[in-house]
Ligand binder design. Structure first.
Ligand code: TXA
Ligand code: MG
Length: 326
């Protein structure tokens, strides 16, 4: 159910959940200061309570409402990449709701770049907790229609068009001493982050611990995160994908494929994406939603090159895959 910006602000102030656009994926938002509203996020998503939520704030000045410290490293990252697809995990102030933190001592913060998300934060005067607006373990939504398909036609959705980044934010945990760790790759790359934050913990000498003691468990570790319903098989090259397609068809199993870049195509419904990381990220979930809707027996996906530019796309595909790449 599509709703206006004004209606969305009122519903959120009344403690309801509303699906909202961000530049990465659609979020299922609620007032971050209202535990009853937060509980509705968990029940709607069928998400376990120990998975903490990201709080979306309107600007950098809001960080001190949630974080007990704002180390220089984190401040530099926020200045460089906010508004944008970067989430910072910082030590939380004591008063921050346990529901929000999922039992952690930290809080995840992000200033989204989508103009409607920013307008909503300003109009409602709230900070908005929002995980991706999908059922737990399923594909993230990048359009209002994806949200309605996953959460039902009655879910109130603020329609901001198709998300332009297309995959979830990069998540960086920053400890009180300024040491940092990339917990989830996104379209802001590890190299972009190191350039701003200074030496990466991976290259720190052995006397420095890789992760500060307070570094939390990595997000999205659940097997079958970001998965379509159709079993999805990953292939390291086109030839092996085409061969698998032929073999499936001989056993009467129907398949559909996603391939990246030019070259021979398999003899099944196939989507071809350009060999450009930002384009594949933008379209990835949309294509997987469409292929899933074909209700074939197997989805066959060609992996891009194992290079740094593809790290975030590879991460999501690997999690979506039902088996190891062939
Ligand atoms: O782009 C995004 O980040 C989107 C949009 C809506 O902002 N949000 C998103 O939220 O992807 P979600 O909940 O689907 O993924 C956030 C991940 C989860 O795996 C969660 O467990 C982790 O971040 N997370 C949140 N707070 C955390 C914390 N304090 N410590 C460790 N992990 C945390
Ligand atoms: Mg999610």
């Amino acid at each position: 159910m599509r709703i206006s910006l004004e209606d969305a602000a009122v519903r959120l102030q009344q403690g309801e959940v509303v699906a909202i656009p961000t530049e990465t994926v659609y979020g299922l938002a609620a007032d971050a200061s209202n535990d009853l509203a937060l509980a509705k996020i968990f029940s709607t998503k069928q998400r376990p309570a120990d998975h903490p939520l990201i709080v979306h704030i309107s600007d950098l000045s809001q960080v001190s409402n949630w974080a007990s410290v704002f180390p220089d490293t984190a401040h530099k990252l926020a200045k460089a990449f906010w508004p944008g697809p970067l989430t910072l995990i910082l030590p939380a102030k004591d008063h921050v709701s346990k529901v929000l933190r999922g039992g952690e001592t930290t809080i995840a913060l992000r200033v989204p770049k989508h103009p409607m998300a920013l307008a909503l934060l300003n109009l409602s005067q709230l900070s908005l907790a929002a995980p991706s607006a999908n059922l737990f373990t399923q594909l993230s939504p990048t359009t209002a229609a994806h949200v309605e398909a996953g959460l039902g036609a009655n879910m109130p959705v603020l329609d901001g068009g198709a998300c332009q980044v297309g995959i979830e934010s990069s998540i960086v945990s920053v400890a009180a001493d300024g040491s940092w760790l990339l917990l989830r790759p996104g379209m802001i790359s590890a190299a972009d982050i190191s350039r701003v934050a200074g030496q990466s913990p991976q290259t720190a000498g052995p006397s420095k611990p890789l992760a500060a003691p307070a570094i939390p468990k990595a997000p999205g570790q659940h097997a079958l995160h970001y998965s379509p319903r159709t079993p999805l098989l990953l292939f390291k090259d086109r030839a092996s994908l085409i061969l698998a397609c032929e073999n499936f068809q001989q056993t009467d199993l129907r398949c559909a494929a996603l391939v990246i870049g030019v070259g021979e195509k398999p003899n099944c419904p196939t989507t071809v994406l350009n060999n450009v990381p930002t384009e594949v990220a933008e379209q990835l979930y949309g294509v997987l939603h469409d292929l899933d809707a074909l209700k074939v027996d197997r989805l066959l996906v060609e992996l891009p090159a194992a290079t740094a530019a593809w790290a975030a796309v590879l991460d999501r595909l690997t999690r979506a895959g039902h088996t190891k790449p062939r």
